[in-house]
Write a protein that binds this ligand. Structure first.
Ligand SMILES: [Zn+2]
Length: 251
């Protein structure tokens, strides 16, 4: 199996896992930076994540132009992915989702903050991007390069940004990482609302978050990924994705 074929299988798996774990419903999507063409990315055609097959996966240029559409309709919000890859050479995978658990934190002043060790990867100081600030009254969908670049600017070098009244974007160095952080972002949101109902939560300190991330091994992601593959009915492939993206790539 080529690196590209392995990466495409993993992207199908990522979409199925996110659907199975309730992070995405029929909307939301995951992408990877193209393993052989770092200035391109791969994302499904506009389809519910739990239905996605290999042949649905499409290659896009940074500006969202499909390389070989073959009549397939792309996601209206694909621009999110290109803008994040463009701004972040370190990023190789992106998830955009509308998890209902995170929405309350995007429309109030309460900051979504890690309060459990497994959720440390979502980071502290999670920003909320508000489309209205620069673009006024819209349908809230990120349907232009300009909006997507503004969102990528709000994300900065962080792993997560919330989108007011809409959802979140999660960026990382691998699909395993962004799926892991998407699932634990949702869990942290649920736990934070439960804890707040009981009293003032005690959050992880910046030092604790750093300590968790410093001591976390790839085995953490593999153990979780294998379990989620099993639940989603997808084969588990333990081999790391090799190729040019094993090195730092520039867009
Ligand atoms: Zn969206």
């Amino acid at each position: 199996m080529t690196v590209l074929a392995q990466a495409l299988e993993e992207l199908v798996t990522a979409n199925r896992i996110l659907a199975c774990e309730g992070v995405v419903d029929s909307f939301g999507h995951a992408s990877i930076r193209h393993p052989d063409r770092p200035d391109h990315y791969i994302l499904s055609r506009a389809r519910a994540p739990e239905c996605i097959e290999i042949e649905d996966l499409m290659e896009f240029a940074a500006d969202g132009t499909p390389a070989d559409p073959r009549g397939r309709k792309p996601y209206a919000e694909r621009f999110i992915h290109g803008a994040v890859y463009e701004a972040r050479p370190d990023v190789r995978a992106v998830v955009h989702h509308h998890s209902p658990s995170v929405i309350p934190f995007s429309v109030t002043a309460v900051r979504l903050t890690p309060l459990m060790h497994m959720c440390a990867g979502i980071g502290t100081g999670i920003p909320t991007w508000d489309s209205r600030t620069k673009f006024g009254d819209t349908n809230l969908l990120v349907t232009t390069v300009e909006m997507a670049r503004d969102l990528a600017g709000a994300l900065g070098d962080r792993p997560v940004a919330l989108m007011r009244g809409h959802g979140a974007v999660v960026a990382g160095v691998s699909l395993r990482e962004v799926v892991f952080n998407s699932i634990y972002l949702q869990l942290n949101a649920d736990l934070q609302m439960k804890a707040t109902a009981l009293g003032q939560p005690m959050f992880l300190s910046d030092g604790e978050v750093a300590a968790v991330l410093r001591t976390r091994s790839s085995f953490t992601f593999e153990r979780a990924w294998e379990g989620w593959c099993h639940r989603a009915g997808r084969p588990y492939d333990s081999r790391p994705i090799e190729g040019p993206l094993a090195k730092v790539c520039s867009f």
